[in-house]
Design a protein around this ligand. Structure first.
Ligand code: BGP
Length: 490
């Protein structure tokens, strides 16, 4: 029998959960909010949208409201769990679990509906002030993402999203307003959620409408340019944050997908190494303050013109992040025989199947050891504190007599927590852990409700039908105990 590991979670370890405004708040058009890229799906005008209507839960009224430009049609897809109105109840449940921290994001469009306004919308500010105040009362530390797959749709249609340099200015006007108004309540900040996902879904990250570009090369160039602008905006946000809120800490946020070689064939090992190196590009810029040489070389080899404005290099160098945060859901496998191998994955990522791992119902390879790998690797590379700000299991839950018995979720978390403990034992500095998501919310990749991550069940279906009632799952009580004992109960 394996002996029980000694718990080494530090006393001030921040246990909690993470959600994002666009997947939780709902209330997309309330109190002056503008429309964001998260509120719509885009299609080419000649595409049949029957499947979309079925899958993305759009009503005829929504279709009638669709907005058209020359290149695309935007169909609204609005939902959430009405966290906008129900946050007092939800925060109380988080407090009952003993949360030390809650990661939330701010919807840019609540503060600046089009992104271009000179002055912020007072109702938007008031909403977040009340939210943070309530968190403080409940002794839950806010960890706030400034941009989680969200930008005003207006900026996409009038400025080409982040491709335009002007968007940096608009964003940093927004971030300045956030720091100034929320300074009394918020000490921990994150800039861009999964900044590396620009290539996986450019529309919802940098507002790039690929349909507008003549070919793949031009679209890739636009995405790199947009990404560069986000890097600069992120560095400016670091500067503002430190200046406006003394003692604050601000981090970057990336997706950690550890890649293993399929075999010890050096060719496989090299392929895996290259994938991991590519993944580090985003943290290299934000933590080390400069573009790695291999990316500059890539630009050159592929004739990609990414323009740096005067002073950009200095800004990146002067304002690196204080800590590194990341999401971790799965590991990947690389093989020179990838074409001949069975594949796993589905939404957003596919790769070679790892025969040693189980997959979630959505094809994500569950790998707790990979989390320890990620922690060691990032810490050794950057020597900065780490914060795990997303990790969790999307699964279909069933309610039986008002209860949800989610032993599979408990197992998932227990296995991952043991690996975090082991990484801390090995000398890694981990600030905290926020599960994705502590309460069922709308899935980012599939827009489903049925892909549930929470310790708290929400009675809503994929069509936004249901009572919205919150139900404590078995994992709720289990996590409560983990937090109460600071990991001793594991
Ligand atoms: C991350 C996103 C989150 C979140 C999570 C789970 O990539 O930052 O917004 O949703 O993945 O993914 P999904 O909701 O698609 O299951």
């Amino acid at each position: 029998m394996k002996s029980k590991q000694k718990s080494v979670f530090p006393k001030n370890f921040m246990w909690g959960g993470a959600i994002a405004a666009n997947q939780a708040e709902g209330a997309w058009n309330v109190d002056g909010k503008g429309m964001s890229v998260a509120d719509v799906a885009k299609f080419k005008p000649d595409v049949d949208i029957t499947d979309y209507v079925a899958q993305w839960r759009t009503t005829q009224a929504d279709i009638d409201e669709a907005m058209k430009t020359d290149d695309v049609i935007y169909y609204p897809k609005r939902h959430g769990i009405d966290f906008y109105h129900k946050y007092p109840e939800d925060l109380s449940l988080f407090a009952e679990m003993g949360f030390k921290v809650l990661r939330v994001s701010i919807a840019w469009t609540r503060l600046f509906p089009n992104g271009t306004e000179e002055q912020p919308n007072a109702a938007g500010i008031a909403y977040y002030v009340n939210l943070f105040k309530k968190m403080r009362v409940l002794k839950i530390e806010p960890l706030v993402t400034l941009s989680h797959y969200e930008m005003p749709l207006y900026l996409v249609n009038h400025y080409d999203g982040w491709v335009s340099r002007e968007v940096v200015g608009f964003f940093n006007r927004f971030t300045k307003v956030c720091f100034e108004n929320f300074a009394p309540y918020v000490k921990y900040w994150l800039t861009f959620n999964e900044i590396d996902s620009v290539f996986r879904h450019p529309f919802t990250t940098v507002g790039v409408v690929e349909e507008k570009y003549a070919n793949k090369h031009d679209a890739e160039q636009a995405i790199y340019q947009a990404l560069h602008h986000q890097f600069v905006a992120s560095a400016v946000a670091v500067k503002q944050c430190h200046e406006i809120i003394p003692g604050s800490q601000i981090g970057c946020m990336v997706t950690e997908t550890v890649t293993y070689p399929e075999t010890c064939n050096p060719e496989d090992v090299m392929l895996a190494y290259e994938d991991n190196r590519q993944n580090h590009f985003f943290t290299d810029v934000q933590a080390n303050g400069e573009y790695p040489r291999f990316i500059k070389k890539y630009f050159k080899d592929h004739d990609l013109q990414v323009s740096f404005a005067q002073g950009d290099e200095e800004i990146l160098k002067q304002y690196p992040v204080d800590f590194i945060s990341f999401s971790y859901y799965m590991s990947m496998v690389q093989s020179i025989n990838a074409d001949k191998r069975e594949k796993v994955g589905g939404n957003l990522t596919t790769g070679v199947k790892n025969p040693y791992l189980q997959t979630s119902e959505w094809g994500w390879q569950v790998d707790p050891v990979g989390l320890k790998y990620a922690l060691l690797d990032l810490y050794d590379r950057y020597h900065k504190p780490l914060f795990i700000v997303e990790n969790g299991l999307g699964a279909k839950d069933t309610v039986e007599n008002g209860e949800v018995h989610d032993a599979y979720r408990i197992q998932y978390f227990a296995d991952h927590f043991k690996q975090i403990n082991s990484a801390i034992s090995a000398g890694v500095e981990v600030m905290g852990y926020t599960s994705w998501a502590p309460i069922d919310i709308v899935s980012a990749s599939t827009s489903q409700m049925v892909k549930r991550y929470g310790f708290i069940y929400v009675d809503l279906d994929d069509f936004n039908q249901g009572t919205g009632k919150r139900v404590r799952k078995d994992s709720f009580y289990w996590y409560q105990k983990v937090i109460q004992t600071n990991g001793e109960s594991l």
